[in-house]
Design a protein around this ligand. Sequence first.
Ligand code: FES
Ligand SMILES: [Fe+2]
Length: 439
Amino acid sequence: MSVLTSPAAAGMASSAGRFVIEDWDNRVFRVNREAFRSEEVFQRERQRIWDHSWLYLGHESEVPKPNDFKARNLGGRPLIFTRDSLGRVRVYLNACPHRGTILCRETEGSARVYQCFYHAWTFANTGELVGIPDEAAYPPERSFVENNGLRSVPRMENHRGFVFISFDPHVGSLSDHLAEAADYIDLMADHAQGGLEVVPGTHLYGIRGNWKLAVENAMDGYHFSPTHVTFVEYLKSTGYVTSDEGGRAIAFRNGHSVLLFSGHGGRVGMQWEPRFGAEERVRTEANVKALAGRVGDARAKRISGTSRILFVFPNLILFDIEGLAARQLEPTAAGYTEVRAWELAPVGEDPAARALRIRVLGSFIGPGGLATPDDVEAYECIQRGVLATAGDSRPYVDWSDISRGMERESKGEPARSIDEAGLRSFWRHWNSIVEPVSR
Ligand code: FES
Ligand SMILES: [Fe+2]
């Protein structure tokens, strides 16, 4: 490891490590492709990121009623996400305390108790062990039952309905982790007075690619026009002129970042476009007026006037673009990532607006939309491409370039949405955890 210094870029630290090179003298930022293909790196990420960070689990509206549950894997662990019979959101490890069997084998439903199929121990959804066949064969002390209740995840916190968990009991507060990203979650949550709810149904798909490619892709405005040419042509056919002169990429602490678009597409309920139809125009104008009355003109303008894509390190991408959606990343190997995505919508929304919202968002970022399949093709092509290592004899073939916009950044100019400032902040944070280097 060597440390580079850059008088020309005062305040911007250069460094060169095994995976990330940041060189402000030459305005070059590179990531070694080993970071995408190495199982050793994947294991290290599991231990250093997924076992210790806050992770996005789901939205509280996914379990709206007492006893509702979803079974979901996160950080490689099977979990039960439920609202217990007393109405409290709870998250348990989905493993029987007796001998480890998966306790809940359904993906969703309603259950007041969970009975293990192996020896039929039974647990209330409040966590207590309430039934043991042939109980007299066990010690009579109360502690035996108490020690064999459901295991909750060590930490759970809720920010405006977005539920995060951590497997590290000593992790700092969620608000410290979210830092500036919290304000951008709030911009979504403030869309409607009654808050947001998840529209029933999950987009569930797997990508044969490393999870970090999905992060890069979401925060990469540069690929939009070439990769999504079909969508761009479609927008043009509706009379929309795509341009994003005022678009911005903003990097936050802790690896989070946001892309702001002033001129991409519209958003059902907030930014009207001809393709949404005349009735939606009336509803949108009423929404924006009500929003200003609720949160004031300045905040209403922020909420209604720009589209956004927010990345919350390490596994959540929130889309406030076309509609509202949350995408969750669950890496299962260096070269494979499970993706779950949900559409969000204002509680109490007009049914016609809801129907339009579902159609518009699905046509863009759903698995059958005009954007997501293009992006999945990109992740998978990169994952195949990064196997083409050149070895030590050609030093730069094996590195990916993420230096777009460094020149502007070094002059103190704001990064555009088509710059890579957000990607660099992600990689800097990732590197600080996975391969700490002294700067
Ligand atoms: S493993 Fe669940 S009851 Fe025995
Ligand atoms: Fe894309």
